[in-house]
Design a protein around this ligand. Structure first.
Ligand SMILES: C[S@@+](CC[C@H](N)C(=O)[O-])C[C@H]1O[C@@H](n2cnc3c(N)ncnc32)[C@H](O)[C@@H]1O
Length: 223
């Protein structure tokens, strides 16, 4: 059965083209994932289609209001849905979360804008996710990051071995170095062992290289 992802955004046009190329497009065409863009402005009760207002207590910018977002989520969620708020103060996104979400049937991604959400909107969300310690203008790019990382894990979307060998998988190691033709480029040679044809030795070499790279670049992962 295919996965359904609903993206709640004030700027659905931003997604044009993003899911229309390469692996994600193929997954959509083959019915492995179904992606819908929903503008939560369509759910506002306000005669002027307002979705944001000034913050109580004063301060800069506008805050997204509860009503349109609550009504929108309540009209599309089912007992199988997980609602994910994209927010810089959420839990830092990691590959293990991508795996977890790839097993869900229906994911609702909520993209913020302006100064962010009315605090009470958190109560209708199951998870709050940040894609990193920096602030973007909106949740649309984070939603694209989640859709991409989740879709490539769905069964049959890419060769299973290739994501098992990717960085951040079960063993938490970074990927090993890879090479392709030619054997020598500007004096830089492909390691001899990769041309040896001895697959046991190649696997051991790759494992050691993964370990070395992880120790050098991301020792935190080894903990
Ligand atoms: C300008 S930001 C709001 C920032 C908020 N005032 C703060 O300091 O935490 C507007 C929206 O962009 C999205 N956003 C920005 N940075 C993000 C990040 N690192 N991860 C996930 N979402 C992010 C969120 O949906 C957020 O509501």
């Amino acid at each position: 059965m295919s996965m359904k992802i609903d993206i709640l955004t004030l700027f659905p046009e931003m997604f044009q083209g993003v899911f229309e190329e390469s692996i994600i497009k193929r997954a959509i065409d083959e019915g492995k994932v179904q992606i819908s863009l929903i503008n939560f402005r369509d759910y506002t009760d306000d005669p002027h289609h307002k979705v944001d207002d000034t913050p109580y207590g004063g301060g800069a910018g506008m805050v997204l209001m509860c009503q349109p977002i609550f009504d929108c989520i309540e009209s599309i969620r089912t007992p199988e849905s997980v609602v994910v708020m994209l927010t810089p103060d959420g839990v830092p996104y990691q590959q293990r979360m991508a795996y977890y979400l790839s097993e869900k049937k229906h994911i609702i991604l909520l993209c913020g804008r302006y100064e962010g959400f009315d605090e009470r909107i958190r109560s209708i969300c199951d998870y709050e996710i940040s894609i990193g310690d920096y602030v973007l203008t909106g949740g649309e790019v984070p939603a694209m990051v989640l859709v991409d990382s989740i879709t490539r894990l769905l069964p049959g979307v890419i060769n299973e071995r290739s994501h098992i060998e990717d960085s951040f998988n079960e063993n938490y190691l970074l990927d090993y170095p890879t090479y392709t033709k030619p054997r020598v480029f500007r004096g830089m040679e492909v390691p001899e062992i990769l041309i040896s044809g001895d697959h046991q030795k190649i696997d051991e070499y790759r494992y050691q290289e993964s370990l070395k790279r992880t120790k050098e670049r991301r020792p935190d992962l080894l903990k």
